[in-house]
Design a protein around this ligand. Sequence first.
Ligand SMILES: Nc1nc2c(ncn2[C@@H]2O[C@H](COP(=O)(O)OP(=O)(O)O)[C@@H](O)[C@H]2O)c(=O)[nH]1
Ligand SMILES: [Mg+2]
Length: 441
Amino acid sequence: MNPNGPGREVITVQVGECGNKLGTTFWQEISGEHCISPIGAYEGNDDTELDRLAIMWNESSTGRFVPRNLLCDMEPSCLNGIRDSKWGSLFHPNAYVFTCIGAQNNWTKGYMNEGQLMVDVAMEGIRKQAEMCVSLLGFQIIHAISGGTGGGAGSRLLEEIQAFYSTETTLDVSVFPSIDNSDIVVEPYNAILSLSRLIDSANQCICMDNQCMFDVVQRAEFHKGIVPTFKEVNTLASMVLSGGTSSLRFPGTLNMDIRKLMVNLVPFPRLHFYASSMAPIVRDLELEDHVIISVANLINAVFHPNNFMNKMKLYQGKFFSTSMTYRGNIPSHEINDQTQFMKQRYREAFVKWIPHNIKSAIVDKCHVGFYRTISCLGNTTALGGFFGSLADKFSTLFNKKAFMHWFTREGLDEQEMLESFQNCIDLIDTYKTYVSADDDE
Ligand SMILES: Nc1nc2c(ncn2[C@@H]2O[C@H](COP(=O)(O)OP(=O)(O)O)[C@@H](O)[C@H]2O)c(=O)[nH]1
Ligand SMILES: [Mg+2]
């Protein structure tokens, strides 16, 4: 690998328990694709696996490949678990950034108070990582927005990264709380406070809904009787994220990176949220052997509401645009033909006033354990309804001012909470106007 590399490096920052568990699964997933072992040794024999490793890995002077990432938390237990696991030594010892105070599920502690120490240490770690890059393309930030650490400290970190690295692009990956099975009572507060910061500070954000991902895994694995846990959900989410970064990491006929993604998918600065889907979902080559997996089948699957990672009424909304990543052995003429077909078949699902709203990337190397896959990131007005459900949960608590004292005691006044909520409602209303604007034409 050329130490001066091609540049365009990405730094991944994982925050809080969910961010770190999902982030670590993501690294396992892409390490598998590049034949990197849990101790950072390259074990493949294919130059395409090595050529662009410098985008997401550093190479040590002993030839070891080390992820360009930081694992940040306000308490040590989750990170200790990762460090002691099989994959723990993949990461640089200094990539583990933690304090020992904990956010106690309280967004305010993470954003305004105890979290600042972790954010300061993380910013220093990011500076050191950035200095080693030839030409930094941007950041990928992975966190749950409803946690005290992932939501509160994650939002603060995002704001500081945007302030210091304003010319680079950030891709935020936000896990939204399960609306029906929440284990933290103040999650709607934490999530709305985070969402408001994401609206103002993120360049682009992939929204993943825990509730929905559990359902997707359960449906896909029903024949095995699997009751999904976070492990399976994180694997699914990692496959989607791997799809999104694959075009940076491997050669292909059409490419896409996180900046091009933003240029193609964000028509207005505040509307920078993406829904995501993938097909097939089950990693089972034996199963794939029993069916014809044509590109047309995969496209239909990827546009099916059941394969989206967000609980929303997909076809009551409209896509502004989508980015499709085709992986594996798929001839490009087949993709061209199918894209034309798709434009016809799904024309009602897209706004009329963006003429070229299906962007394609073709990556020769597939996910591990699949013949061919398609993943999709889509900017759709249907996300307004998804955010609306969260806003409803917030209102239910806030109307009674329930649990507010935990936030006010930490210095967040009610007015600020209300402003964050209003910011989210404005976003939801904006989505509504774009659905009806299309009907008027
Ligand atoms: N998808 C997924 N969600 C998780 C995982 N761990 C926790 N969560 C969810 O993430 C949200 C925030 O929890 P957590 O990450 O523990 O909080 P934090 O450490 O304060 O950021 C909750 O809704 C949890 O149910 C995980 O490994 N994967
Ligand atoms: Mg935590």
